[in-house]
Design a protein around this ligand. Structure first.
Ligand code: GLA
Length: 528
């Protein structure tokens, strides 16, 4: 049989999707929208982003200016000091910050005027704070601002450079890509990442062009579904709401390791009220969207911090089942969002009111995935109150531009899934003498979720001969004790990327793999 190219399948499926989008959900043939056409999910191999990535990127608030190493370090420090790190935000770095240029040898070099420690030095700073390093490039000839070179024709060299800088996340834009085949281009970039040997969260950014939800799960972990959520510096409520309603239609394509990305968040930016920020955050959580903050973390009101760090809302986003919630009905001003089963048997539901005064309505249990006659407990994820048991449904009142964001369960318990926080992702060891030495360095990880976790597994066969890793501790805190033995090593620099795997105990689902770097500097040749 003649093979139909992916792009044709993608276009056909997307056309079908557009046709179906206007139908009421009950009229949509479910099979046509269910599942991802990708035969294999890339995250199955690298274990990355099995829940939506959380972090910060500069573009929404800053645009290209004034991104510098100093700014990014200040943001990193603010991310830690404000409590965002403790709430699970971890990927952070510059994007269109004129970070690098291409030398005459074709290789990327850091812009040392803006980033005096080099992009690798900034990565070490980020990792040393227990955060993950995010960088940005473009699949075309230049980035969108045209200030930086794109990867076209240099895919393998550039992904090697990103690995050398120790990026953990790479957003790859689609500007200046005229004439390029989108599936082939991003596939090649994925191959280049694998060849570079450092697993990265691959964030595709074609704004929905090429219908990435149809094929990008085999290549990367998340893909933009729409145009930008705002112009740099100013939030745009109406545009963000439109984007949420476009993104929700793609819910069937999301799942662990493959996420629809409605763009970075605008919470805390100028142009948005507190209520609007809370509503958008809730919608992003309901859609299992990547939670990439886009505001100035150095200058946040208490309410912005409270929104961005609401663990009960984040728990819905970070749920191990990875279901994307979607609209169940929409009468124009009021919409009911459901379709988000959670790992403990509970379900999330959301009422969004776009009108001005107040909406009063009853949510019936059979509209949100339960049996009509069930008696259920309701947790309000913003007031943090539990009520019930309620028979048949619950009455809600929602103010203008506001949401009722609820978690509904047969039990009174509302456990929080794993939210991991590490003290560092970089161990640096230095062996000074020629006598064999054993050097140790520890990575400590705490779970801010409700459950004790089983021990992480580190496959000893994945480690170089000079390194061993023991996992100690119990309950919600674990330590990775790394022991380097220098016996017989030659003078030089050694590096290992350690991968640790675990499962979430309530659902039994695999958790995102945890990776960290170990550097060993051997100053002299060491005796056997
Ligand atoms: C595109 C992307 C944005 C941002 C800018 C940078 O517009 O969609 O998110 O990365 O490029 O130039």
């Amino acid at each position: 049989m003649k093979k139909i190219p992916n792009i044709v399948l993608a276009a056909a499926a997307a056309f079908l999707l557009v046709l179906l989008a206007d139908l009421p959900p009950s009229a949509r043939p479910q099979g046509a929208l269910s599942g991802n056409v990708s035969p294999k999910i890339h995250a199955d191999t690298d274990g990355l982003a099995l829940t939506p990535p959380m972090g910060w990127y500069p573009w929404n608030i800053f645009g290209e200016e004034p991104q510098t190493e100093k700014l990014i370090k200040e943001i990193v420090d603010a991310l830690v000091a404000s409590g965002l790190k403790e709430a699970g935000y971890s990927y952070v770095g510059p994007d269109e910050g004129i970070c690098f240029s291409r030398g005459s040898d074709g290789k990327l070099t850091s812009n040392l005027t803006r980033y005096p420690s080099s992009l690798r030095g900034l990565g070490d700073y980020v990792h040393g704070k227990g955060l993950k390093y995010a960088l940005y490039t473009d699949a075309g000839s230049k980035t969108c601002s045209t200030a930086m070179p794109g990867t076209k024709g240099y895919e393998f060299e550039d992904m090697r450079a990103f690995a050398d800088w120790r990026a953990d996340y790479i957003k790859i834009d689609w500007c200046n890509s005229e004439g390029q085949d989108i599936v082939k281009t991003y596939t090649l970039l994925g191959e280049a990442q694998r060849a570079a040997g450092r697993p990265v969260v691959h964030s595709l950014c074609s704004w929905g062009e090429g219908y990435p939800w149809q094929w990008a799960g085999a290549i990367g972990h998340m893909w933009r579904t729409t145009t930008d959520v705002c112009a740099p510096g100013q939030a745009d409520w109406a545009r963000a709401v439109r984007i949420a309603f476009a993104n929700e239609k793609l819910s069937a394509f999301a799942g662990p390791g493959r996420w629809n990305d409605p763009d970075m968040m605008v919470v805390g930016m100028p142009g948005l009220s507190e209520v609007q920020g809370r509503s958008l955050f809730s919608l992003w959580c309901m859609m299992a969207s990547p939670l990439i903050a886009g505001n100035d973390l150095r200058d946040m009101t208490k309410s912005t911090i409270d929104i961005l760090t609401n663990l009960e809302a984040i728990a819905v986003d970070q749920d191990p089942l990875g279901a994307q919630g979607h609209v169940v009905w929409n009468d124009g001003d009021v919409s009911l969002w459901a379709g988000k089963p959670l790992f403990d048997g509970s379900r999330a539901a959301l009422v969004f009111f776009q009108g001005r005064s107040k909406a009063r309505l009853r949510i019936a249990w059979d509209e949100v995935g339960f049996a009509a006659a069930d008696e259920l407990y309701v947790r309000n994820l913003w007031t943090h109150e539990t009520t019930g048991p309620h028979a048949g449904g619950v009455d809600v009142t929602v103010g203008g531009s506001d949401v009722a964001f609820l978690r509904i369960s047969k039990t009174k318990d509302f456990p929080i899934p794993p939210i991991l926080v590490a003290d560092t992702y970089l161990i640096s060891l230095r062996a000074a003498g020629s006598r064999p030495e054993k050097l140790t360095g520890t990575v400590s990880v705490a779970n801010k979720g409700s459950s004790d976790l089983p021990p992480w597994r580190v496959d000893p066969k994945s480690l170089p001969p000079w390194l061993s890793v023991a996992v100690t501790g119990s309950g919600k805190s674990r330590m990775f004790v790394n022991t380097a033995s220098t016996v017989g090593l030659k003078k030089g620099s050694y590096h290992a990327l350690v991968r640790a795997d675990n499962v979430e105990p309530i659902s039994g689902r695999p958790m995102s793999a945890l990776y960290y770097d170990v550097d060993l500097e051997v100053v002299r040749n060491v005796r056997r």
